[in-house]
Ligand binder design. Structure first.
Ligand code: PLP
Length: 399
């Protein structure tokens, strides 16, 4: 490690709360699919800030949109109307279905909003005493008290009890268990289409269709967390669109403003009627600069056909990694994913493989202990994916 890095590490350790197990790397600059450390060494970014910078780092058109808007209007309370917000809401609904949007600042806040909306819709619109939300084991929905309770992983709950009431978690992929958990108190089911933090696990189409059908039959809301899977990542605007599903509510964040903090709850008009003035709010949600960045992000995704690109390059990458698996028998259990959301489930020491790849200049992460997770900018090239596959082959070959 360089002296510059060690000095920064000391300062961070002495001043910032110790909530992250950080990689031994400090990033000073990003451009496209490249990141640069304090000494100017270049890395190929296969993580995009965990599915955030889908257009690549510092996309010049988004940067320009941010600068232009920052010179015009940065913040005004949501008690006023603003055009950039309307433009973004319209563009978002174009990618989904008619409805209404609530803007917020993060994924957790979007899911928190969706949970509140489900409860209030049942109570205020349907006049029913329903408040429970059913979620799946291994899911990830955020770190606020409600969303960590919704999350189907014990490690995020450790030390935070007592947790809010009203959440039921059932085994993922088990339709009968889900149906059994839906009862007279259920307001909604909340799922991811591909579990991201849970190890890049896509669900079979018939399971997903079954979840929607179970929700319809029981008269409860079907809500999809598209925070990681949305915005072209998996090869469609939204991952549920691969399966012809029609959720009542979806949540978005991460890639929405290509790196600036923004979240959104999208709901059908009927469900959105659960919120009326005074029932839900957030100071910064839908700020003008964020909306300008997000509108430009959506415009570029559409113009440059990034969903199609993610589908095409996702297939290309999976075939490459499958070849690596065949050349290294017994070292890769499975290559899976949807579009450019890819998991390489290793049968060898995941931490060691990840460290070796980082040393060679590739940024990706390790999730669920053994799964190398790739969420590259959607502008990544075939040549860059080939370079990574070659490095993976070398690393596994030596293990
Ligand atoms: N939902 C999913 C599926 C996520 O992957 C994440 C973050 O990784 C979240 C919710 C929480 O988002 P945020 O970290 O912006 O609160």
């Amino acid at each position: 490690m360089s002296e510059k890095f060690e000095a920064l590490k000391q300062r961070v350790g002495a001043s910032i709360m110790n909530t992250y197990g950080r990689y031994p790397l400090a990033i000073a600059k990003g451009k496209g699919c490249s990141l640069y450390d304090l000494d100017g060494r270049e890395y190929l970014d296969l993580l995009a800030g965990i599915a955030v910078c889908n257009l690549g780092h510092c996309h010049p058109e988004v940067t320009q949109a941010v600068c232009d808007q920052a010179g015009q209007l940065v913040h005004v309370s949501n008690v006023f109307f603003q055009e950039p917000q309307a433009a973004l809401a319209e563009a978002l609904l174009e990618t989904w279905r008619p409805g209404r949007v609530f803007f917020c600042n993060s994924g957790a806040e979007a899911n928190e909003g969706a949970i509140k909306l489900a409860r209030r819709y049942m109570h205020a619109v349907r006049g029913e005493d329903r408040h429970e939300v059913v979620t799946l084991v291994n899911s990830f929905h955020g770190r606020t008290l409600a969303t960590l309770t919704a999350t189907g992983q014990d490690k995020v709950k450790d030390g935070f009890h007592p947790l809010p009431e009203g959440f039921v978690t059932v085994p993922a992929g088990d339709l009968e268990a889900l149906k059994a958990a839906i009862g007279p108190k259920t307001a909604a089911v909340l799922i991811e289409i591909v579990q991201g933090e849970g190890g890049v696990k896509p669900f079979p189409a018939d399971y997903l269709a079954g979840v929607q059908a179970a929700c319809r039959e029981a008269g409860v809301l079907f809500m999809v967390d598209e925070i990681q899977t949305g915005l072209c990542r998996t090869g469609k605007w939204w991952a549920h669109q691969h399966y012809g599903l029609e959720p009542d509510v979806i949540t978005s964040a991460k890639a929405l403003a290509n790196g600036l903090p923004m979240g959104a709850v999208l709901a059908t008009e009927d469900v959105a009627a659960g919120f009326v003035p005074g029932t839900h709010a957030t100071t910064f949600g839908g700020g003008a600069v964020l909306c300008a960045a997000a509108s430009k992000t959506l415009e570029i995704m559409d113009r440059d056909k990034l969903a199609e690109r993610a589908a095409r390059l996702g297939d290309f990458a999976k075939a490459l990694f499958q070849d690596v698996a065949e050349c290294n028998p017994g070292k890769i259990k499975e290559v899976r994913g949807l579009g450019l959301m890819i998991g390489i489930d290793l049968a060898v020491d995941g931490q060691k493989a990840w460290e070796e790849l980082t040393k060679r200049g590739f940024i990706l992460n390790l999730t669920a202990g053994s799964v190398l997770r790739l969420l590259p900018p959607l502008v990544i090239t075939q040549e860059e994916l080939r370079r990574f596959a070659q490095a993976l082959d070398d690393v596994l070959g030596a293990m």
